[in-house]
Design a protein around this ligand. Sequence first.
Ligand code: K1U
Ligand code: ZN
Length: 173
Amino acid sequence: MTIRPLVILPDSQLRLISKPVASITDEIRALADDMLETMYDAPGVGLAAIQIGVPLRVVTMDVSRSEDERQPIVLLNPEIVSSSEEKSVYEEGCLSIPEYYEEVERPTRVRFRYMNLKGEIVEQDADGLLATCIQHEIDHLNGVLFIDYLSKLKRDRVVTKFKKAAKREEKTA
Ligand code: K1U
Ligand code: ZN
């Protein structure tokens, strides 16, 4: 298992639409292991493969927030089946936009479907952090970031900040 470097805003890879996983191979299993290790190291509660530069529809999540009782989930080709009319506001973060948090409104409850590493199709209901996280991660698979839900003013501000930081890093590298 390897901790992989995270893709950070404004890297254009974050805007790619990821491709479906066609079959469960040793490469997919190794990718899932690396994603879990990278997610726990960050630390984060979710990770999409594109955040480590792999444009495949693979997501890892663990919303248990307990070091002792980890509950990792690996989701292949996840999709939202249905969403509640009711909306909730949650303060979101993103491992690709470090140390930036903003409130985002999304459906309170969702039903989602995915394939697990055994090849089984699983359907699950979610609310709370799990519902927020699965919606955030599926957005990553479609090249959408949580800052896209903010006002243009806030989005431009954060993008400019990260562009400047990337330029500074380019100069010192
Ligand atoms: O996809 C990502 O960038 C991961 C992101 C998922 C997420 C968190 C909160 C709301 C929506 C989506 C994160 O994990 S950010 C880090 C974070 O929230 C966290 C880190 C450690 C402990 C608890 C939470
Ligand atoms: Zn994110």
